[in-house]
Design a protein around this ligand. Structure first.
Ligand code: SDX
Length: 392
């Protein structure tokens, strides 16, 4: 009765908060983390430096970085009892499902005091999430290969440790290729935050009820899994593979995407905010050429992606709707060249996005934002009397 309610499906024209973390301009294709351009950060920073920047607000000094990096490096071990949970999953379980379950389980292994007068040890939870998520992610891969899991190695930096846990085998030592580690570092930085996207809004909404950080991040992982969001990077490669298997006829798939009676979408294209080239896609496309060339990988799917992009950017349907390649269009091609399997692409997105989720959750809690509780316009039946079962 009081005032009026406007419905804004998908919150296309609704701002949910104010934030000092990430700035993006959809028209100009600009993305900055705490004022620094992603072009600079992707080229000059390490992923943990960017994580520190997002979470604490400034690039770390050498001492601040040394302490943060040491904390992360020395908390990578996961409680052995979590492995019992993990062992219970079927071998073909999707890594996003195991990841969201185990991150949620962390709230049981690292609980805050149940006495709400005792403040949560948020700093330690942040370190544990940053340190343990890569370990948990690599377990899924090792299990899917029928290989024993690897333990983290504290002598390695963040990206090298991840790659070692992924690819080392008891029968042969794994040598980290600096080209691979550098490419992974760049990809993680480019995925680190993106203002109020679907999964970040989910993390904020769950956190707004004062739920703990683990369960809030786990909810974000669930939202990211969807094919319209982070799950698109897996869909893109599957789509490109289908085009290749179908004789490489990109136009046929562009026509399918335009056909209103066909719910097929050109995955990796379009964005709620960017109505110009996604700046991340521009950087990743360039990196794809460089990384594949340096690794001596020739992936026909990259050529199909470029042909598809060119055809779409010349097609009235895409041009009129301002549909450009987004972050997910080329990222899978690099992950694949690094040896990461398709069903692991979205968990790679989650590892990259983790510092952004943490930073946004922390900002929401520090700003004492109210619990998220939107209204609705009711469209159901008007009042009616109960009817006994034998009269229905
Ligand atoms: C990410 O929000 C973020 O910041 C997300 C993200 C991040 O970093 O967090 O950037 C990461 O999720 C990138 C997006 C990955 N998703 C995909 O690549 C899936 C394919 N893209 C679409 O589903 C779509 O473009 C969305 C979901 C990304 C955006 O959807 P919107 O803003 O709700 O736009 P829409 O669905 O209303 O589309 C507008 C029009 C429609 O046509 P009409 O109804 O006007 O005739 O464009 C069409 C859509 O049918 N359209 C597409 C299309 N994307 C939109 N048509 C064909 N192929 C597509 N990919």
């Amino acid at each position: 009765k009081s005032g009026y309610i406007t419905i804004d499906p998908g919150f296309k024209n609704t701002g949910s908060t104010t934030s000092a973390i990430t700035f993006l301009d959809g028209e100009e294709g600009i993305l900055r983390y705490r004022g620094y351009s992603i072009e600079d950060l992707a080229e000059k920073a390490s992923f943990l430096e960017v994580a520190y920047l997002l979470i604490y607000g400034d690039l770390p000094t050498a001492d601040q970085y040394a302490e943060f990096e040491h904390e992360v490096r020395t908390h990578t071990l996961v409680n052995e009892d979590m492995r019992k949970i993990f062992e219970g999953f079927p071998v073909n379980a999707h890594p996003m499902g195991t990841l969201s379950s185990l991150v949620s389980a962390m709230s049981a292994f690292y609980p805050d005091s149940y006495d709400s007068n005792v403040p949560a040890d948020t700093e330690m939870h942040i370190i544990r999430l940053m340190a343990k998520m890569p370990t948990i992610v690599t377990w899924s891969y090792k299990k899917s290969q029928g290989h024993p899991v690897n333990y983290p190695d504290n002598s390695l930096d963040y990206c090298s440790n991840f790659l070692n846990m992924m690819f080392a085998l008891p029968v042969e030592k794994y040598e980290v290729d600096p080209v691979v580690a550098k490419a992974l570092n760049k990809l993680l930085i480019l995925h680190a935050d993106h203002e109020q996207n679907c999964s970040t809004s989910t993390v904020r909404l769950v956190g707004s009820s004062q739920a703990n950080i683990y369960t809030s991040i786990s909810a974000g992982i669930g939202a990211l899994w969807g094919p319209l969001h982070g799950g698109a990077n897996q869909e893109v490669i599957e789509m490109l593979e289908a085009i290749k298997a179908d004789g490489g006829d990109s136009q046929k798939y562009i026509d399918k995407a335009k056909d209103k009676n066909d719910d097929f979408r050109l995955f990796g294209f379009g964005h709620r905010v960017y109505k110009n080239f996604d700046p991340r896609a521009r950087i990743i496309k360039k990196a794809a050429d460089e990384v594949l060339e340096k690794l001596g990988v020739n992936d026909p799917v990259l050529d199909i992606a470029k042909t598809l992009e060119k055809a779409a950017l010349e097609d009235e349907y895409f041009v009129s709707r301002k549909l450009y390649p987004n972050v997910d269009f080329y990222s899978g091609i690099i992950y694949r060249a690094l040896g990461i399997p398709t069903n692991m692409f979205t968990v790679m997105f989650a590892i990259g996005r983790l510092p952004g989720w943490i930073a946004q959750w922390k900002e929401m809690r520090e700003n004492n934002e109210p619990i998220g509780r939107p209204r609705q316009i009711y469209t159901g039946p008007t009042e009616r009397d109960f009817v006994a079962m034998d009269k229905r």
